[in-house]
Structures are given as structure tokens and as C-alpha cells.
Design a protein around this ligand. Structure first.
Ligand code: GLC
Length: 738
């Protein structure tokens, strides 16, 4: 970690009214702060979980309600609903200063209405749809007593062995930054204080997605240059979007746990980025600095965490049991405690909780919002947009009227709970539309039959004969295969990314029966399915699409919605290629011909290329890219150049295309990847329609973090590439930066 001289923590503490804060609120905060005892101040830094736990159970909690009444708790997580939040808030209001609690919850992809998992939504590349999804989640949560969600997860993830890729926006920094901002705005609106907005939380700060070997909770080793170039920008985008809170991460970065990392939390976040919200530790991560070997005990861990800028302690009880003593011993300055308390009280005032602690716990509003019949339409819209068409030979899709007999085979065909994915608030499968149900509702006169064939996991192949027999009567087979919802999310790293159980064997047995096969794959991560990729006639990647999944898939299969999704993550051919992203380097020995790899940067047993590339996704129509022009062949540092070209829908269906702008810095003081996404537009065109697309090139698109961590655009030549995917470049031009 570059030893940047960081400003003493005290410097930051004297910014009582940090820039961007409301001075009236800051005055109110200080009026409360000066009434508080040291014990009460430490109480605000303590967060307890309710009865539902989302981490290792901490049995040290003796009498939670008594602690709340004594003013020893500032926030609760995993308590929801008007009834429970009112009851517990009432206990907090019996404390001496009656400081209201913050209620927080993992509202990751919906509260009552279950949306597609975040990685699926990222495949839509539709920022408005993503924001709308978060807004519905905020409106429903805020009607149920929730003030704060632990979302968006903005970790760049380039290792699909890490199950938490499901919670993020994929592998790309630029796309991930735009999605981070969209989600923050969706949750928080343009400002906090309304009853349809909740505090968002940018997590997990930072670089959690780079865990060694894709193993959850593991160490992260990477250069400062990579940290700034790849992993930090989505967090900065969240700060720029006004995110109210951050959550740090379980991993170390170059040997220093994020929770105890002053460079991250004070130098960068609260210093350079001037973040004036607060940082909550991840579940127990303060205490986990002891097993990491970074702290001798919980007292030492508390000292290191508060010094490093961790404001609130989720569930380790380290602060509650040690901070008062540390201040009394002079090991922790009271200014550090006051700064953390100010940050937390500020948000409570901003939300309006001091004026009305029950503002978000209104039974009438809860009932009204939960029965809003329009929310499912928002879920269906983004579910359709998240589906990625990976293959469609002989235009098998969309299904035509001539297809009279369809057999649906596979363990995910009637699945409901799996379609909700991981990290949901509460499962209600009565609302979930399975793939089979979606097809039945859409198929009209076609006959739809179902055979499960096998389970998601396990070795039982006894269902194969019935599945193969059913194929005889079918015109088309639709196979629904993939992971179960428990296989992605937290603590779900996999060393093998193939389809679980005997699903691939089932696919081969069914395919051998000789009928056209549409494979619909459902998972929370990229899986490896090479035979399906080669032998299926059509493939949809349907992630976990939430409660509207079955209808969304049926609408795509029948062409009511022309698929427009593009992969936000690279799909490897084999686990051995991981970590694999589209941002590969040319190396000094690039492979020009896959048949000539001797002494080249290549594998002797695998191709370098992925099974499916970042940004890839087909449509039922086709698009041409022609006539690229640059408004000038060169530009100065403060100049701008317009890149334009014509996009035409050359097929017979209306459809949306995500046109992608990539760039390569041809010669630089820090070697740059062969391509980096710098802009995109999702363009809807009717059949035959054309449109001139323009991207504006400024030095921000040309710049990168160099070895000195300066964000610089170096003079020289750049290749500008426009395409339909990172491996499908249609047009190219060279630009010189003078
Ligand atoms: C978990 C997760 C974090 C979540 C928190 C509260 O361990 O790492 O993403 O927000 O605990 O549930």
C-alpha cells in the first residue's frame, strides 16, 4: 500500500459541517451531541441484528431490549415491518435522550416485489430500468419501517467462482460505475427525507471481488494502480451520486483488513473524496481482525477500527464493550468518537427521525404500498430486458405458431424459489411465475408438457427415460437447467462451475433424441456449459429473474419481447482460464493464430478466448454499423472529438441494440488492456430504421491512473472501437491526443 501521507484524523473531525451538508441539521446534531455521555455516544456506534441473522450468530448479546432502552444501540438490522419496528423504536424512545434507532436490511433486489438478481439487471444495460427497480424496492421498504438498505453492492467481480458476483454489476468498471449511481439514485431519490426513499450503502469497500482464488472472505493482493483503476471507481460514483453510507469488507488489501484500513476509509473516502456519510463494518468484521492476525483482541480491534474510520460496528460488540475504556485510557481521542456519532446522527436528522421516529412505520401506508398492482410490471420489464440470447440457429426463436407440441424438461422448469435468487427479504413463491407457468399462459393452442428429468443436484438418472420418451411427440424441446438459488450469494464459492448434478447428462440424452432444443439456463453467476453451447439450437441465459421470471422468459421465447440483454461478465470455457475478463493485455507474445501458440502467451490445452465475451448478446433482428467519422483526427487535453456512425436495424423485428465504445491506449507508461469500455447507448430501432449515433470523446475517456496514481491522459495514439460486443468490433478509428 503506497504510504501516502494521510491527514491526521483530527483534521477531518473539525469539519463539523462538512461540505454538502445542511448547516441547520449540523447545528441540531451538535445540540444533541453535547448532551450525550461517553457511553451514549458509543451506543450510537453499535448495531445489533434482530432475530433473522445474516452471518455467524453472536451469542454474547444478553439482553438486547435492555441495551436499546439504555441507549447502547444506535441501529438494528434484520428487523422489518411496521409492527416490529414500532415496537422496538418505542423501546429506544424510553432511553434518556430518546435518540431514534436506524432500521436497516439487505434490500438487494426488491423488498416485497422480487426483482431479478443484480447481475441479471446489469445484463439489461438499461440504467433507467435499474433505477426504477431500486425505487420500487425503496418505496416498499420505506413503507415497512426500513430506513437503510445494505445496497448497492458495487464490487467489480471478475471471478465467477466467487458466488457474490450475483450481487453486483459484473466485471466492468465503467458499466459498474453507472449502475452504482443508478441504484443509489433509485434507493435515495434525489434527496433523503421522503417516505419513498431509504439510505443506500455502497459495499463492500473495497476490492472484495478480487478475493484470492474466488474464495469468499479471503485476502486480496493487488497493486495500488489496479485498486484505483479497476476497483475504486464504482465507489467514487456512489459518492458522487450522494450515497449516505458505506460498508467495508471482510478482506484484507495487501495485508491490511479493510475494516482497519485508514488509507481506504480516511485518506481516500473521508479525505480525498470528502465523504460525509458514515461507514458501517460488515457483519463482525471488526472482531475478525483478531483471527486475521491484525489485532490481539477485541479491544485492540476496536482501537484499530475506530482509528481507521469504521464508524458503526455491526454485530461484533467490540465497540460496545471496549470504546469507553479506550477513551478513558487516552488511547482513543473523544474527537474520533464525536466524528462518528455526528455522521450517524446527521443521517437520522436528515431522514426526519428526530421529528417523527415512527415516520416510516405507518400501517396504512404499508398496506397501500404493498398492494400496489403496478410494481410487478416494473419487475417484468427489467426481467425481460435482462435475458441474454446466446444462440439462435436457423432462427428457431421466436417460436412460431407452427410449433404445436412443446415439452419442457429440467429441474428449473417449474422452479419458483430458485427464480427469486439469493438475498431476498422474504420468499412468497405463490407470487412467482415459473417458466412452465409462463409458457402455459402464453402458448395459446400449443400443447405444453413437462418432465423434470432430474434434480438440480444428485446422481439420480431414473427420470431420463421418461424425458427422452416425451421428446418423441415434441416439435421443440425447452430445457430449464442451472444452479439452485443457494449456490450463489454469500459464502457460495465454487471450484467447479459446470451444471450441478446430472443435468448435462440429461441434456445430452434429450439432445440425442434429435429434436430442436432451446436451453434456458438459470444461475446467479456465469456457468461453464460447453456441450450445451455447442449442441443447443438456441440458448437463453435467464439468470434468476425474480417473481416475473416465467412470464419474461415466455415473452422472449414467443418474441413479444425481442431479447436485448448483453453479458456484464465474461463466460469462461474452463475454470482454468479464471480470472478472465475482456480487459486482457496484448503481452509481448500475443497469439495471432490459435494454431501457432509455440512460445506465445497461450494454454496448450485451452483457447485464450472465452466461451462468451463481455458485452455479447444476440437479438431476433440484426444491426449494421457503418460510416464511422471523427470530428477531428486529433485533440488537445481540453479538447473534445465527436465519434459518429450509423446504426441500422437490418432485420425483420424491432429491437434494441447496446452499441459499445471501447478504447485502447496504444502506448502508455503503464501498459493498458487491449480494450476498455468507455461508453454505450441502448438504441431501440424499428425494422429497417437507421439512426446516427454519436459519442463524445474527452480526455476523461482517455485518462487512466498511472504508477503515481495520477489520473492522466498521455499524449499519443488511441484506437477507438465501436461494436456489438467486446469481441465483435464493427468499426475502428485512430485518434491522436496532442
Ligand atoms: C453479510 C454481508 C453483507 C450484508 C451484511 C448484513 O455478511 O457480507 O453484504 O449486508 O452481512 O446482512
Amino acid at each position: 500500500m503506497k504510504k501516502l501521507l494521510y491527514l491526521p484524523a483530527l483534521f477531518i473531525l473539525f469539519q463539523h459541517t462538512a461540505s454538502g451538508q445542511d448547516s441547520k441539521i449540523a447545528v441540531r446534531v451538535d445540540s444533541v451531541l453535547k448532551l450525550m455521555t461517553l457511553q451514549e455516544k458509543v451506543g450510537q456506534l453499535n448495531q445489533y441484528s434482530g432475530r433473522v441473522v445474516t452471518g455467524p450468530v453472536n451469542d454474547q448479546k444478553t439482553n438486547m431490549l435492555n441495551d436499546i432502552q439504555q441507549g447502547n444501540v444506535g441501529s438494528m438490522l434484520n428487523v422489518k415491518g411496521v409492527k416490529d419496528t414500532r415496537e422496538i423504536q418505542a423501546v429506544a424512545l424510553k432511553s434518556r435522550l430518546k435518540i431514534p434507532l436506524l432500521f436497516s436490511l439487505d434490500v438487494i433486489h426488491g423488498y416485497k416485489t422480487v426483482f431479478p438478481v443484480p447481475l441479471a439487471e446489469a445484463a439489461s444495460w438499461d440504467l433507467d430500468a435499474i433505477r426504477a427497480s431500486a425505487h420500487v424496492a425503496a418505496r416498499e421498504s420505506a413503507a415497512s419501517g426500513i430506513h437503510w438498505t445494505f445496497a448497492p453492492m458495487v464490487d467489480v467481480g471478475r471471478d465467477p467462482r466467487w458466488g457474490r458476483v450475483m450481487e453486483g454489476a459484473g466485471e466492468d468498471t465503467y458499466l459498474g460505475s453507472l449502475i452504482a449511481a443508478a441504484r443509489v439514485k433509485g434507493f435515495q431519490g434525489d434527496h433523503l427525507g421522503g417516505t419513498d426513499a431509504i439510505m443506500a450503502c455502497a459495499k463492500h469497500f473495497a476490492a472484495y471481488g478480487a478475493a484470492i482464488a474466488g474464495r469468499d472472505y479471503n485476502a486480496v493482493d493487488l497493486s495500488d494502480q489496479q485498486l484505483w483503476q479497476t476497483y475504486l471507481p464504482p465507489f467514487k460514483a456512489a459518492v458522487d451520486a450522494g450515497v449516505a453510507t458505506f460498508m467495508n469488507s471482510f478482506n484484507t488489501i495487501n495485508g491490511v483488513p479493510a475494516t482497519g484500513n485508514s488509507y481506504l476509509q480516511r485518506t481516500i473516502l473521508k479525505g480525498k473524496w470528502n465523504f460525509n456519510g458514515f461507514v458501517v463494518s460488515d457483519w463482525g468484521s471488526i472482531g475478525e481482525m483478531v483471527p486475521w492476525g491484525f489485532a490481539t483482541d477485541l479491544k485492540d480491534a476496536s482501537l484499530k477500527a475506530i482509528t481507521a474510520g469504521s464508524d458503526m460496528d455491526m454485530e461484533s460488540l467490540a465497540y460496545k464493550n471496549n470504546l469507553v475504556q479506550l477513551v478513558k485510557e487516552g488511547q482513543v481521542k473523544i474527537e474520533l468518537i464525536d466524528d462518528a456519532v455526528r455522521r450517524i446522527l446527521y443521517q437520522k436528522f436528515l431522514l426526519g427521525l428526530f421529528d417523527d421516529p415512527y415516520k416510516f412505520s405507518d400501517a396504512g401506508r404499508e398496506k397501500k404500498v404493498m398492494n400496489d398492482k403496478t410494481s410487478y410490471l416494473v419487475a417484468r420489464d427489467i426481467a425481460q430486458k435482462s435475458i441474454v440470447l446466446l444462440k439462435n440457429t436457423k432462427e428457431l426463436l421466436p417460436l412460431q405458431k407452427a410449433v404445436k407440441n412443446i415439452v419442457v424438461i429440467g429441474p428449473l422448469a417449474k422452479a419458483k424459489r430458485d427464480l427469486e435468487g439469493g438475498w431476498i427479504v422474504e420468499s412468497d413463491t405463490t407470487k412467482v411465475i415459473s417458466l412452465y407457468e409462463g409458457l402455459l399462459a402464453r402458448a395459446g393452442k400449443a400443447n405444453i408438457s413437462f418432465i423434470k428429468g432430474c434434480d438440480i443436484s444428485g446422481t439420480d438418472q431414473s427420470g431420463f427415460p421418461a424425458a427422452v420418451a416425451a421428446v418423441q411427440q415434441a416439435d421443440v424441446v425447452i430445457m430449464a437447467l442451472g444452479e439452485s438459488f443457494e449456490m450463489t450469494g454469500e459464502a457460495t464459492s465454487r471450484a467447479d462451475l459446470s451444471l450441478p448434478g446430472v443435468q448435462m447428462e440429461l441434456f445430452k440424452a434429450v439432445k440425442a433424441a434429435g429434436k430442436p432444443v432451446v436451453s434456458v439456463l438459470m444461475a446467479g453467476r456465469p456457468m461453464i456449459f460447453n456441450e450445451i453451447a455447442e449442441q443447443s439450437d438456441a440458448i437463453l441465459y435467464a439468470w434468476y429473474l425474480g417473481e416475473q421470471g416465467g412470464t419474461a422468459i415466455a415473452n422472449v421465447l414467443y418474441g413479444d419481447y425481442n431479447p436485448s440483454g448483453k453479458l456484464p461478465s465474461t463466460f469462461p470455457r474452463s475454470v482454468g482460464q479464471i480470472p478472465l475478463s475482456y480487459q486482457v493485455y496484448n503481452t509481448g507474445r500475443p497469439v495471432k493464430n490459435p494454431k501457432d501458440i509455440k512460445y506465445k502467451s497461450a494454454y496448450i490445452d485451452e483457447l485464450n478466448s472465452p466461451r462468451y465475451a463481455f458485452g455479447y448478446g444476440l437479438s431476433y433482428t440484426s444491426f449494421s454499423y457503418t460510416g464511422l467519422t471523427l470530428s477531428a483526427p486529433d485533440m488537445t487535453q481540453d479538447g473534445k472529438v465527436q465519434l459518429s456512425f450509423t446504426l441500422k436495424n437490418t432485420g425483420k423485428y424491432a429491437g434494441a441494440e447496446v452499441v459499445q465504445l471501447y478504447l485502447r491506449d496504444l502506448v502508455s507508461t503503464v501498459v493498458r488492456p487491449l480494450k476498455e469500455l468507455k461508453d454505450f447507448q441502448k438504441v431501440m430501432l424499428k425494422a429497417g430504421e437507421s439512426k446516427v449515433i454519436t459519442f463524445s470523446i474527452s480526455k476523461e475517456k482517455l485518462a487512466y491512473y498511472n504508477h503515481d496514481l495520477n489520473f492522466v491522459a498521455e499524449p499519443g495514439f488511441f484506437s477507438l472501437m465501436v461494436g456489438s460486443a467486446s469481441d465483435d468490433i464493427r468499426l475502428e478509428a485512430k485518434l491522436e491526443l496532442k
